[in-house]
Write a protein that binds this ligand. Structure first.
Ligand code: MN
Length: 724
């Protein structure tokens, strides 16, 4: 059993000024609250937190980490609360212990284990302090070392979880020795037969190859001495699990795994790594495609090395890794190595780009020589755009940051989304726009007759939720359009002495729908309701010979009829389109908006209106800004536009005798007609006149306005909307 003095001595070895009293107090407190508790091994429970703290001390972590390691199980397993820890040991230690406790509470069912990748991300995302993860890993390591006290079933399930979740996290953080030990112990328990096989083979190979390993190392040493380079050369067997994994993934026999032994050369300087590689390539022929430069392009976890494979002295493949002492330390200890960094240590800038938090770590290190403060500043933000939450079944769902229960509901199933009325997060009711957080357990409350509402679109963030809500709203609108269209048609057909519903039922309208390129009659009726086809147009398709109604249709465009009357010319209209082409649609009722009175030459936009066909506005007209964009339709001026269109202008002037007469005469002279005039005169003699005039185009309007600007006492002439 580890004793507290072992821990204190280890800390003093790397930090002679460490505040050991924090660790001592943590020890006393932990001993008190765990008193009477036993481990399966029969040892006092305290042996576990002490062993964990010792591992952390071996990793040369700061005293807060080590104290938190001693306290890591007290919230979960004793009467102690976070508040107690905070009061006694301060905010940081309490925060770390709470973080470790939260991770322990993640229920790792078999179902969860299958989602290893998500769970790893979740653990990293939940631990907002890197030390939480380091303690969790040390905790797992000690539990693995004492796994023999569990029954075989437990052993297998814990070992699998370690392989799936914790070893990859250690790898992600670059703590290679920890990853290897977790893997090999897990391998031993979860696949005992395979483990024994590999173990036997490795031992045999070790005996056989002992002389060979010595030979290669000596040859390398000799050559480097000749060149005057000091180097530390190691020849190591690959760990059992790596061999097994390689055999399995590449379908190899044991004796086909050529890199059973990896040779490692540790050098003083980076430049020497490349130099020595050149020397080796001179000695033994390199296999060029087997060369990897992780010094130039480090791995995401900060790992740096040159890897090369050469044809060795007996024609066999030899794998050699070259790195500096600093790189070797990172390769073994990963993120934990940064603690003991001396000033001037650096990591390639490129690493930082893909691994922002690591760059952060190094940046902080540069500014701070206080290791405690340094680790404190390290916050994990590996996956800044994602959150991970649990379903009631313990399944993990990945959602974008900012996701709400509605997003979650749609992710589960469209029906759950559509019918979602409320949500519980960790068993508490929350509003539907609540922002979910990593680790939340989310359950959705549904009601059969509930439907999405448009305001959900204001807070959902996933594409699926958004499109499903839109889909539902559109379907609703279509339904409304069908019933409206049906009503309009029924009315008109009844007036003409026909029974619309009976005609639909008899299938008489099927061919009509087809001629409009609609799949079903309902689509046709929906378009009537939606305003793209008038009931009268439809009626003429169905009953083509009704002459009397053709007359009425011509009068359909009320505005132009009024216009015709106003400007005193009873022209025959060429088409009812009024000089507008609606892209993709023929034979449609077109109306000019009364608000902005578009003229030929103006840029224009069309809007589909319920039961009114297409209304044409000037582009940018204030009224169009409020209209739903799905109603927008492209329109343009055709060649057959009418002789005149109404336009509204405002004239500001100073009053004088004969002013209005002059204005009227100017307008007439320019070839335009006055449709309407309105004048306000203030008591100070300021005149504001509003004219609606008929012109043929925007050019003519501009000409009129220019003429008006020349009229005596006119200050300002402006084209306006009705609303102005
Ligand atoms: Mn523990």
């Amino acid at each position: 059993m580890v004793r507290i003095n072992d821990i204190l001595d280890t800390i003093l070895e790397y930090n002679s000024e460490a505040e050991l009293h924090i660790v001592e107090r943590a020890y006393i407190y932990s001993a008190q609250v765990h008193d009477g508790q036993m481990r399966l091994s029969g040892e006092p429970y305290l042996s576990h937190p002490l062993a964990v703290a010792f591992i952390l001390a071996k990793m040369k972590l700061d005293v807060e980490s080590i104290a938190a390691g001693i306290l890591h199980d007290v919230i979960e397993d004793t009467h102690a609360t976070k508040a107690d820890i905070e009061r006694l040991f301060g905010h940081n230690i309490a925060h770390i212990v709470e973080g470790v406790t939260k991770l322990s509470k993640l229920t790792l069912s078999d179902k969860v284990a299958r989602q290893a990748e998500s769970l790893r991300k979740m653990i990293l995302a939940m631990a907002d302090d890197i030390r939480v993860v380091l303690i969790k890993l040390a905790d797992r390591l000690h539990n693995m070392r004492t796994l023999n006290y569990h029954n075989p079933e437990r052993q297998i399930s814990i070992a699998r979880e370690t392989l799936d979740i914790y070893a990859p996290i250690a790898a992600r953080l670059g703590i290679f020795w920890l990853k290897q030990e977790l893997e090999d112990v897990s391998f031993f328990y979860s696949m005992p037969e395979e483990y024994k096989k590999i173990d036997t083979l490795v031992n045999k190979a070790r005996d056989e190859k002992e002389a060979y390993v010595k030979e290669v190392m000596e040859k390398l040493q000799e050559k480097l001495s000749l060149e005057g380079i000091e180097a530390d050369i190691k020849g190591r067997f690959k760990q059992h699990y790596s061999i097994y994994h390689k055999m399995l993934s590449q379908n190899l026999e044991f004796n086909q795994v050529y890199d059973l032994i990896a040779f490692r050369i540790i050098l003083e300087k980076k430049a020497q790594c490349y130099e020595v590689m050149g020397i080796i390539h001179d000695m033994w022929k390199p296999i060029h495609y087997k060369f990897k430069d992780y010094i130039g392009v480090p791995k995401q976890n900060g790992y740096q090395s040159l890897h090369t494979t050469v044809i060795g002295p007996h024609g066999e493949r030899v794998e050699i890794q070259l790195r500096t002492k600093d790189m070797d330390e990172i390769a073994e200890s990963g993120i934990a190595a940064h603690w003991s960094y001396k000033e001037g240590a650096r990591i390639d800038e490129k690493t930082g780009k893909t691994f922002a938090w690591l760059r952060n770590l190094v940046d902080n290190q540069k500014e701070s020589t206080d290791p405690d403060e340094f680790l404190e500043n390290v916050r994990i933000d590996l996956y800044p755009d994602e959150i991970y939450v649990f379903t009631p079944d313990g399944e993990i769902k990945t959602l974008p940051k900012g996701a709400t229960p509605v997003d979650f509901a749609y992710m589960i199933h469209t029906k759950i989304g559509d019918q979602c009325v409320g949500a519980k997060v960790n068993d508490k009711m929350v509003p539907l726009n609540y922002k979910l957080e990593t680790g939340n357990s989310v359950s959705i409350i549904t009601a059969k007759d509930h439907h999405p509402t448009p305001d959900w679109l204001n807070f959902v963030v996933t594409v699926k939720a958004r499109s499903k809500i839109r889909h539902w709203i559109n379907a609703q609108e279509k339904e409304r359009s069908i019933s409206l269209g049906r009503e309009m048609c029924e009315k008109l057909f009844r007036k003409k002495g026909y029974n619309f519903n009976a005609m639909v039922k008899s299938g008489e309208l099927d061919s009509i729908a087809d001629s409009f390129s609609f799949k079903v009659v309902d689509d046709l009726i929906a378009h009537v309701g939606f305003g793209q086809i008038t009931p009268l147009q439809l009626f003429h398709k169905v009953v083509p010979d009704d002459e009397k109604d053709r007359e009425q249709e011509k009068k359909g465009d009320k505005l132009s009829a009024i216009l015709d009357k106003l400007i005193g010319k009873n022209r025959k209209r060429k088409k009812n389109s009024g000089g507008i082409v609606v892209k993709g649609i023929d034979d449609i009722l077109v109306k000019f908006s009364k608000c902005c009175n578009p003229l030929p030459g103006d840029e224009i936009t069309g809007f589909i209106t319920q039961g009114q066909g297409v209304t044409v506005h000037r582009k940018g007209c204030i009224n169009t800004l409020q209209m739903a964009s799905e109603r927008k339709i492209d329109v343009e001026w055709s060649d057959d536009y009418k002789d005149s269109y109404p336009a509204r202008i405002r004239i500001r002037a100073t009053d004088r005798t004969g002013f209005l007469a002059d204005v009227a005469m100017t307008i007439n002279k320019s070839g335009a007609n006055i449709i309407n005039a309105q004048t306000e005169t203030s008591e100070f003699g300021a005149v504001k006149s509003y004219f609606t005039i008929s012109v043929s185009s925007i050019e003519q309007l501009e000409k009129v306005m220019n003429e008006l600007r020349r009229v005596k006492h006119v200050n300002d002439v402006k084209r306006i909307d009705t609303t102005e």
